[in-house]
Design a protein around this ligand. Structure first.
Ligand SMILES: [Zn+2]
Length: 246
């Protein structure tokens, strides 16, 4: 989903310059810096919520301790005797905090989220998406790299064969062994992709600091490709495991 509006409509840290609703001082972040009152949430992305740059390595790791501190300060129970709107804001801020923290602390989720902010969407490869596409008669858009699909073509065929055999109650130890061997290979490939992805995170961060728009788009697209491959392999490993264990 490309959305050229997203970037310009975001409020960056330090730009959230409305005044405190209670005392009129320029507000800082989630609380007024002068009187400490909770502030209404502003529409920001998760990185901005914490005042982080839009990066993928160490800079965005919010220490757990800080998260819990903020979490306690925003806890709706503390506002049970406050004005109704303060109660509402603390609730909204708390849920924003939880979503933002959960998303950013996991490097894969963080990457997925950043890619979306940067205007690209991962391919939906869940079983439910496949089934939904089948049910509506639509063909699921396949954007996984053709070379990867070719690589796993034999395995996919063998997997179908194995499924069929299991259904018929047949037993083919040689096929089971072969599929098991390929599963190990898939897991290795999956690991290698993760390493490549880690390198791309560093490249991205460098590009944010000193790269051109072109650099960022190139790295963004590379990460999208790696993530799509990774998800595809992860799902395939899951399917293979399911069949082997059935
Ligand atoms: Zn204030």
């Amino acid at each position: 989903m490309a959305n050229p509006e997203t970037k310009s409509s975001l409020i960056m840290p330090g730009e959230a310059t409305s005044t405190c609703w209670s005392c009129g001082t320029m507000r800082a972040e989630h609380f007024c810096s002068a009187c400490g009152k909770v502030q209404p949430p502003v529409p920001v992305d998760y990185f901005t919520f914490f005042g982080f740059p839009r990066k993928l390595t160490v800079d965005v790791a919010l220490p757990e301790r800080e998260f819990y501190q903020l979490s306690r300060k925003l806890h709706p129970d503390l506002y049970s005797r406050a004005e109704a709107r303060e109660q509402e804001w603390s609730l909204e801020q708390s849920s924003l905090l939880n979503d933002a923290y959960r998303t950013l602390k996991d490097p894969i989720k963080r990457t997925e989220y950043l890619l979306r902010l940067e205007g690209v969407e991962l391919e939906e490869q869940s079983k439910s998406a496949t089934e939904a596409a089948r049910a509506t008669g639509k063909i699921k858009k396949q954007v996984v790299a053709p070379d990867l699909l070719e690589e796993v073509f034999d395995l996919n065929m063998q997997l179908e064969e194995l499924k069929m055999q299991k259904k018929m109650g047949e037993d083919d130890p040689a096929l089971i062994e072969e599929v098991g061997r390929q599963k190990l290979e898939l897991e290795e490939k999956h690991e290698a992709l993760l390493e490549e992805l880690k390198r791309a995170w560093m490249e991205w961060d460098q590009a944010v600091d000193a790269g051109t728009e072109e650099d960022r788009i190139r790295i963004r697209n590379k990460m999208l490709d790696l993530m799509n491959r990774r998800n595809y392999l992860r799902n395939l490993v899951r399917d293979v495991t399911e069949v082997l264990e059935s």
